[in-house]
Ligand binder design. Structure first.
Ligand code: G3H
Ligand code: 13P
Ligand code: ZN
Ligand code: NA
Length: 281
């Protein structure tokens, strides 16, 4: 079933687990996520970046995302990931997304607050959750590129929450979007400190490449939503390369994408387990 982001995140917040959030841009990608969540009996967030929307089309992603969610045996949230433009947030709300991220993290604090409040004003009366970001999460996020992380300050997080009352907050604690060059270091104490001061679910971005045990530790420290994208893309690529090497003559997309979907599903299931979301549907 398709449900509101608020409901699912609140449940995770109260029950000490994280809702895994996976990016999708096509049908096989989406099926892998939903089937993986159903097999694990877990709630799940399916999310689209502006880049995915530009690739597949807003209406098309609404059709497949909402359709798959409604048919699903587990609770599914359709979330806009790293919405930067107000127009994208508005259109997503109009088309039936049940959770919105407005990412103004590259702006100064006051402007970030202003932009987040602008979206909350339309989303809140409709029961749609709004995720904001504070601090700078390194790596590549769509059109948003940042060379270095700027960790979220505890005091800023408190001020930001008081000024917005956002429903969820993405914090910068050491993870980065994409693949890691070195080893990942997460500031677990910072997660705990922010969690103690804020009464809302915290979100970990850039979680591909983070060892599963570290994901679980971040969840124990107070993370209630974990975003995964790159590892699904890599699983898809590796499965496709392996299949085409073994079967060079195949041109049937159904044959070549079956192992890709399966490989993405395996990643989804492992991440769900690390988030402690198994059997939480
Ligand atoms: O943060 C989101 C993604 O990792 C970047 O995804 O290639 O769809 O923009 P994208
Ligand atoms: P990764 O690509 O590192 O998994 O990051 C995903 C993400 O944060 C999407 O918002
Ligand atoms: Zn992200
Ligand atoms: Na990452």
């Amino acid at each position: 079933m398709l449900i509101s982001g608020k409901q699912i995140l609140q449940h995770a917040y109260e029950n000490g687990y994280a809702v895994p959030a996976f990016n999708f841009a096509n049908m096989e990608n989406l099926q892998a996520i939903i089937e993986g969540a159903e097999e694990m009996n877990a709630p799940v967030i399916i999310q689209t970046t502006q880049g995915a929307i530009d690739y597949a089309g807003f209406e098309y992603l609404a059709d497949i995302g909402i359709g798959a969610a409604q048919r699903s045996r587990v609770p599914v949230v359709l979330h806009l990931d790293h919405g930067q433009k107000y127009e994208y947030c508005l259109k997503a709300i109009q088309l039936g997304w049940t959770s919105i991220m407005i990412d103004s993290s590259l702006e100064k604090l006051a402007e970030n607050v202003r932009k987040v409040n602008e979206v909350i004003k339309i989303a809140r009366p409709l029961g749609i959750a709004v995720e904001a970001e504070l601090g700078i999460i390194g790596g590549k996020e769509d059109d948003l590129k940042s060379e270095q992380d700027i960790y979220t300050e505890v005091k800023d997080a408190v001020d930001f929450y008081q000024a917005t009352h956002c429903d969820a907050l993405a914090i910068a604690v050491g993870t980065a979007h994409g693949i890691y060059k070195g080893t990942v270091k997460i500031d677990f104490n910072r997660i705990q400190e922010i969690r103690e001061k804020l009464p809302i679910p915290l979100v970990l971005h850039g979680s591909s490449g983070v060892p599963l045990e570290m994901v679980s530790q971040a969840v124990r420290c107070g993370i209630n939503k974990v975003n995964f994208d790159t590892e699904l893309k890599l699983a898809n690529l590796q499965a496709l390369q392996t299949f085409m090497t073994k079967n060079p003559g195949v041109y049937d997309i159904r044959k070549m994408y079956r192992p890709c979907r399966q490989a993405m599903k395996e990643v989804v299931k492992a991440k769900i387990e690390a988030c402690k979301a198994t059997n939480k549907s």
